[in-house]
Design a protein around this ligand. Sequence first.
Ligand code: NAD
Length: 492
Amino acid sequence: MENFKMYIDGEFVETASGKSFDSYNPFTGKVWAQVAEGGAEDVDRAVKAAHRAFTEGAWPELTASQRGMLVHRLGDLVARDAKKLAEFEVMDNGKLIAEMQGQLNYVPQWYYYYGGLADKIEGAVIPLDKKGYFNFTRHEPLGVVAAITAWNSPLLLLAWKLAPALAAGCTVVVKPSEFTSASTLEFVKLVKEAGFPDGVVNVVTGFGKDVGVPLTTHPLVKKIAFTGSDGTGRAINEAAAKTFKRVTLELGGKSPNIVFDDANLEDAVNGAVSGIFAATGQTCIAGSRLLLQESIHDQFMDKLLALAKTARMGDPMSMETQVGPITTQPQYDKVLSYIDIAKTEGAKLALGGGPATRPECGEGWFVEPTVFTDVTNTMRIAQEEVFGPVLSVIKFKDEEEAANIANDVRFGLGSGVWTHDIGRAIRMSERIQAGTVWVNTYRAVSYMSPFGGYKDSGLGRESGIESIYEYLQTKSVWINTGAKTGNPFVLR
Ligand code: NAD
């Protein structure tokens, strides 16, 4: 049995209470590790360590180039240990080793990109309209950042926050999901090895109410970078408002994947399957609403079901497996409950529709790849995020109707458009209210391209140059170079 402690001020430490909790392997349904169960006292200790590191000692003395070198070195260490870190993730979250290895091999790019960006953040000299003044701007780090992650891709989601935060000069307290804390605690050893001063990165593990709440309400925390559900995001945003903390919120989705009759259907079928069954549908950008133009509906469904039926389920550690287990027992129950809801709402079950009882699935939390047709966009199965391998298929007549259905939902994270008509592709990309539109592809991300939500899918952006400004604040400096001091009672 593995045992994981928290990481505060450069040391692995016990919690103040001495308590720990079980972490489960979703493939076996059994406990595989014990994780430190933090509380408010531990959070306070970690935030104070991060605040000290922000204000005193080596970190604030580093030049931006030196900071960038450290962030870059961290990327090298992740690249070196990618295979081991991927195995920790699979053990804890049950996602496929094939996907996690690919992901962990790519994660270093965020550290390289923001490491390189650290010394390219320039202020401006403002060409003032007033004589006798010199005015310039500086971008200064906000301070202590609370980085809170969801369970589906812990180290990727952390890199999206940690790399720009560190490059900007902030210090960080990380709170991973209580379901998947192990890989973050393994990763943080690399922060030490890379040479970051103690206190710059801290990890407090535990539950949302015990660790998340004191962390997001702590007066010394200046910024919250959160990935998780919209409900938690809303609570965090409300709490943050009381002390004017900055927030970035990466929340859920109900993304439309729209196929027009002029699309390459083979490609689009692949895109639809990748949109909902890859990662067992446990991704924020899951293309969980498949919008099919009426004229190709039946033909498309035949191809889609034929492909989905071949999906190999089983041990996520096997490179052959294509659909793994659901990560947590509550999520497994939630996915099954949505399948029941869809049935009672009158959607037509075309594939799957329950727990997977195949022998290769063992005792794990597996749900059969499930497809519902004849879904209308007002059904709960079309409006609410399931976060599992459950696809809702909705018919549309024309472009106008497709755009209306796509936007008639409170989320706006991802979207796909499959067409060979370039004019239509551009028109749809303009009309769809979502942070990302993929045309003739799906589920592509890059450290260079901004990612985030419209509507209830969140606030702010991760990745790309603009993300570093989420961790900086602008100061305007005025220097009198010869202006006369005039009437003190008027604005200069
Ligand atoms: P969740 O909201 O239940 O938990 C996310 C994190 O918040 C966990 O670490 C949890 O312990 C913590 N938390 C819970 N209550 C808290 C509180 N009151 N204050 C502070 N922290 C609190 O989400 P989840 O079930 O872990 O993740 C699934 C959700 O994440 C889905 O909705 C999915 O779409 C979303 N997600 C979004 C993105 C994105 O980039 N937009 C990426 C991955 C997942």
